[in-house]
Structures are given as structure tokens and as C-alpha cells.
Design a protein around this ligand. Sequence first.
Ligand code: FMN
Length: 168
Amino acid sequence: MNASVTPIGKRRRSTNIANQEFTIAVSDCRFAAVENRDYVVLDDMLRLWRRNNIELSLTGALLLCDGAFVHLLEGDSSDVERMFSRVRADPRHENVRLLERRPLVRRRFANWPLAYVGPSRWVSRALHGHDLAEISAENADEAGYLIDLILSFVGDDPGEATALSLSA
Ligand SMILES: Cc1cc2nc3c(=O)[nH]c(=O)nc-3n(C[C@H](O)[C@H](O)[C@H](O)COP(=O)(O)O)c2cc1C
């Protein structure tokens, strides 16, 4: 994957934090391309999803490991809601559990249309004791851990993390 993601700061972005929120959800992956480690397909999808998020000034992150997704979205409430409804209905995953939905204080992935952390033994190790298959809507306390974990892998620089994501 190349790292030619236009900096999000150069795009239309609502400055009214009052109307912004974030969601974080966990789901079971039902995506054959991923299970078969077809990174070309995954790469194309990430490119499309990033483009969509850029259009909507959404930022966020996707983690995929041990057969589960963690998906985080930040942006205008109505856009986050609409995108989350779309994602929730996506047949490439199931058992979608919303861990947290809250007004946004500040974007944690401000430079990321959609950061990506892929399967690796390092991610699995970092998830030890946080079994994604077992996390439910009652485990909102896991949200902070998962956000910090993703940030620890991707950092603030989309170029660096984009290269890292698909080679893991
Ligand atoms: C776990 C997961 C996360 C997703 N995240 C996004 C996302 O951040 N942005 C996006 O445009 N699509 C995302 N998608 C894909 C959407 O569900 C949908 O397929 C895509 O937005 C195209 O929508 P459309 O077919 O209605 O045009 C995600 C799908 C899954 C399974």
C-alpha cells in the first residue's frame, strides 16, 4: 500500500466540537479475504473506506486481529451515526457490539481517515487478557485500552503506519 493519504487537516472539517462524537465497536470478522490473508483485497477496501471517510471528514481506526474487528469513528454526530449504521449492516462481520458512543472532546485519530492495525503476534500479545470475542456492550471500560493500543501501533503519522499495517 502506498502512503499517499492527503493530510486530513487540509480537508473540510467541522470546527464545532459540540456536534461531534465518537463510536467504538467490536465485531466478529466474517471476511474470507482477510481470513485467507489476501492483502490486495484488504488494501483496496481500506483505500475505498478511507476515501469515504475523507469525504465525510470522518477520522478513525480499524484493528483486525484474532478473527475480530475493532472499529472507531470520530466526526460530526450525524455522519458518524450514518456510517456506523452502514458498517453495522455489513455482512463482512457480525455480532457487532457498540462499546462506547460519546461526545468528542478531541479527536484521537485526527490525522487518520482510517488507521489500520492488522493481525500480528505483537497485536495478539497486546490483546492478551482482552479477548475481543468476549467483549460485550457492557465492557465500555475496554474502550480506552483498545484506543491506546491502536495508537501505540499507528502513532500520529499516517505514512509510517500505513506501511506497517499490511506487512504485519
Ligand atoms: C469492520 C468494518 C469497518 C468498516 N469501516 C468503514 C469505514 O470506516 N468507512 C467506510 O466507508 N466503510 C467502512 N466499512 C465498509 C462499509 O460497511 C461499506 O461497505 C462501505 O462504506 C461502502 O458502503 P456502500 O456499499 O453503501 O457504498 C467497514 C466495514 C467493516 C466490516
